[in-house]
Design a protein around this ligand. Structure first.
Ligand code: SF4
Ligand code: F3S
Length: 104
């Protein structure tokens, strides 16, 4: 499965939702997540993310994000249509330790 990681937070460019063939992205206030049971591992979303915030779960060190994607994809609403990203998205792109902003 693929997983959305930290750099999505407060960037939320949403290019990913347009290319997913199975519509398995779910939307929170500050980031999107992928439903691990619905993702068919096609990989087309990975290069579409301008923030490079989508990774295959075969990459090491993603445990926290795998848990977060699994949890919140069951709670947040499904999203299939891209909207404009936040006006300050670029300001947050690449910012370290964005997890602190997750619930802000
Ligand atoms: Fe959707 Fe494919 Fe990305 Fe999985 S890898 S989230 S199925 S686009
Ligand atoms: Fe986030 Fe990248 Fe999608 S920033 S919303 S994972 S295009």
């Amino acid at each position: 499965t693929y997983v959305v990681v930290e750099n999505c937070i407060k960037c939320k460019y949403m290019d990913c939702v347009e290319v997913c063939p199975v519509d398995c992205f779910y939307e929170g206030a500050n980031m999107l997540v992928i439903h691990p049971d619905e993702c068919i591992d096609c990989g087309v979303c990975e290069p579409e993310c301008p923030a490079e915030a989508i990774k295959p779960d075969t990459e090491p060190g993603l445990a926290q994000w795998l848990t977060l994607n699994a949890e919140y994809s069951q709670v947040w609403p499904n999203v299939t249509v891209k909207r404009d990203s936040e006006t300050d998205a670029k300001e947050f792109d690449g910012k370290p330790n964005k997890f602190n902003d997750f619930f802000s």
